[in-house]
Design a protein around this ligand. Sequence first.
Ligand SMILES: Cc1cc2nc3c(=O)[nH]c(=O)nc-3n(C[C@H](O)[C@H](O)[C@H](O)COP(=O)(O)O)c2cc1C
Length: 422
Amino acid sequence: MKRVDDFRLRFGKKELVPIIVGGMGVDISTAELALEAARLGGIGHISDAMVPTVSDRRFKTHFVKDKLKFFKYNVANTDKSDVLFDLGKLSEATHNHVGRTMQAKRGNGLVFVNCMEKLTMNAPRETLRVRLTAALDAGIDGITLSAGLHLGSFALIEDHPRFRDAKLGIIVSSLRALQIFLRKNARLNRLPDYVVVEGPLAGGHLGFGMDWAQYDLHTIVAEIQQYLQSEKLEIPLIPAGGIFTGSDAVSYLENGAAAVQVATRFTVVKECGLPKNIQQEYFKASEEDIEVNTISPTGYPMRMLKNSPAIGAGIRPNCEAYGYLLDGSGNCAYVTAYNLEVAAHPNAKKISVMDKTCLCTHMRNFDCWTCGHNTYRLKDTTRRMADGSYQLLSAEHVFHDYQFSTDQQVALPSAEPESLIA
Ligand SMILES: Cc1cc2nc3c(=O)[nH]c(=O)nc-3n(C[C@H](O)[C@H](O)[C@H](O)COP(=O)(O)O)c2cc1C
């Protein structure tokens, strides 16, 4: 019976354990988590979502405070078109996050950065170019393009000296999305180094409509594989979404996948950026506690725990401090929804906005508990302690469980003395 460890992901001469820990913004897939995956011989992701915010928290910089101070005059204004990012500071923040992560890297594996196109930051092309360029300058091993079709992203960095040596990949959820990407980038004579095929059971934003449940990852992977074969394109395929055990992973690797990308099981490890009390919410969740809804202003459906504080909250938009989802003309679906609600209840002290959420503020505060479909199975991957809480795992434990387990088994961690767990 095969194990994940019987396979290797090959990038040129480099051989890696075919396990990729997916990007989870905002700093849920921390540098510590990504570095563990790399140390163990796989690939870890950091995320550049809200990177000035992440830099402030990690390195005591003041990007958010300075931006808010600069645009303070606009806070009560419904028109957010003035609120632009300082590109120099954005670059500095990316350098801080990526550079320091890469300096700390040990072992044989790689660290990539997940870069979401939907973070349009009120100047989509300019800010994306800065984020991609700064990550390459700061020595990132690879960039995974996500949350968007990224039709122009390769072109934004085609003159960068690392354009052909850094690993560049894209996440798609359909053959059609991949075909459009390849067609639009044909003139660059540079194929993606890998394609992550993300199915409907993933966490975060989904590349499907609300009919997501009608799709199946195995089928999409097979379709894309057939197409690549017929076009004689050798691009490593990396399925993602719902791969919960080593055996699940093997079922893809045996059919020709180059690696798997996983995330949900790493949301309950100590190296993950989620606060400990929220990790307990992930452990506790039952299947009925998880929903896919349309409250993300990006326009993509998103999966989350139903008890996320972000759902129905009616906070004032915080674009002067954040503004990551402004579309380039100062619009964000949450700002619109909020303004409508305020207009409908002019005298209310507190309002509730049901149809959209202020994703920037809530992701920043870990109040939007986005999660994969299989989150309800996390409780079966650990031990319950005397006080009823669940024991957190280590990234190494989960990584090795994927790498070495067989027979759909999940290894429980050895029991920790409860005094060490606090
Ligand atoms: C909490 C959480 C946050 C996520 N955030 C992002 C993100 O910011 N960008 C992204 O491309 N994918 C994101 N994802 C998707 C993962 O990178 C990954 O592809 C997917 O969840 C794998 O499926 P699994 O969680 O069932 O293992 C997120 C997943 C989770 C669980």
